[in-house]
Design a protein around this ligand. Sequence first.
Ligand code: GLN
Length: 494
Amino acid sequence: MNAPAPMTSLHELTIKTFHEGLLAKKFSALEITQAFFRRIREQDRTIGAYLALHEEQAAMDAERVDVALAKDEPLGMLAGAPLAIKDLLLMKGERTTAGSKILEHYTASYDAGVIARLKAEQAIFLGKTNLDEFAMGSSTENSAFQITRNPHDPERVPGGSSGGSAAAVAAHLALGALGTDTGGSIREPAAFCGVVGLKPTYGAVSRSGLIALASSLDQIGPFAATVEDAAILFRAIAGKDPLDATSADPPDGGYGDELVHPDFERVRKLVVGVPEEYFGAGVEEDVLRSVEQARKTIESLKISFKKVSLPHTKYAVAAYYIILPAEVSANLARFDGIRYSRIPDLGPHVKNLRDIYVRSRGKGFGAEAKRRIILGTFVLSSGYYDAYYAKAQQVRALIRNDFVEAFKEVDVIFAPVTPTPAFKIGEKTADPLAMYLSDIFTIPANLAGVPAVAIPAPTPEGALPVGFQLIGKPFREADILGIGQYYERIVRGS
Ligand code: GLN
């Protein structure tokens, strides 16, 4: 038998170059899909990015794209592109676990809005990726099923909660991926794994079919190797969806072509703010150095910088850990052993509701989920609601207002993504507070509902990845992705 024809290395492919290669018939969608599965079989035993692979379906879908191409049918940018999906998003007929034992046997009965859109674009789904249980965590160590290792250093975490998606893209086990970001779960793992991750404006992407963590904060967004690819993925999933009442189109119409093809003349006129609160004590030297280098590169593009202040930043983590658990306690109430049950046959020992809860919620939820359900129930209970929950909502308003004020002066805000690079596996598992603090620079954008993208900053040879963040005005993803693409052209020399 002939050896397969030499193909473009998966390391070199982006969504954009894959699309070009496919149209030029350098390779078929099926060849690339199969090459990804081969690579996953070799590499993912160590990394642990995937919880499930959809090999048969992916091959069928890839063949369909190849047939369409042979017939010269027009193909979109994502046709045939192999993607990975965080296992918090429903995909009809496929197991969806949310990283939890309680959903170990749950099969989705419909497609999430974003999955429906990607299917319409003829994207290929390689499989579902690992996450912290119900997306609660910053390291993917809270998954009920496995840990995921950072492709840059297997002793370290990939970040979380979308650690599987970030690691899959970083290790070239997918061309792009979807994750979700409630307090940093796209941006933090993107920074730790050295890839691009976008948290869109609250409402820019439909949450239909997303298993909810905290509904006032959750957003679905893309991971990719480049800002350009992230823009391509974002454009495909963004827009109002009748199945999510909080979703919306941008006030000035739809997301246009400028997302993917920025007008650099316009981008150059944007003013970027640097908030002093994001560069203080607690940020590691290596992070500061890399982020400063990225800032200088952007400055060299004749983009002007200006100091701004976001004075309530220091209260963000505290407010978040009241608002988020409150919403968690409500959202996770549906996993009650009746509507969603871990145990198909409850058995003769189950006599009342309490027994059902003990067998389902008691056994099905991990420690972090339980901790947050208890916290959330407490802060919502009579007598404590005003003291905690109502106060946290007031703080949230102040934080949102910080951004409103800053955006009167500047168009975009520049900051680190995390105070440190990826930490060691096990380093923070015994200390939830230390874990919570790794999201100190990502949580404010969720509380304010504004978009933010994490982009790899320059690092010395062999060092761990570091990310910088561009935070934009609501529905102005074009600004942050525009500067990001401009920056990328310089550093990649393209
Ligand atoms: N790490 C944060 C938390 O544990 C953020 C999670 C997320 O964005 N899903 O809540």
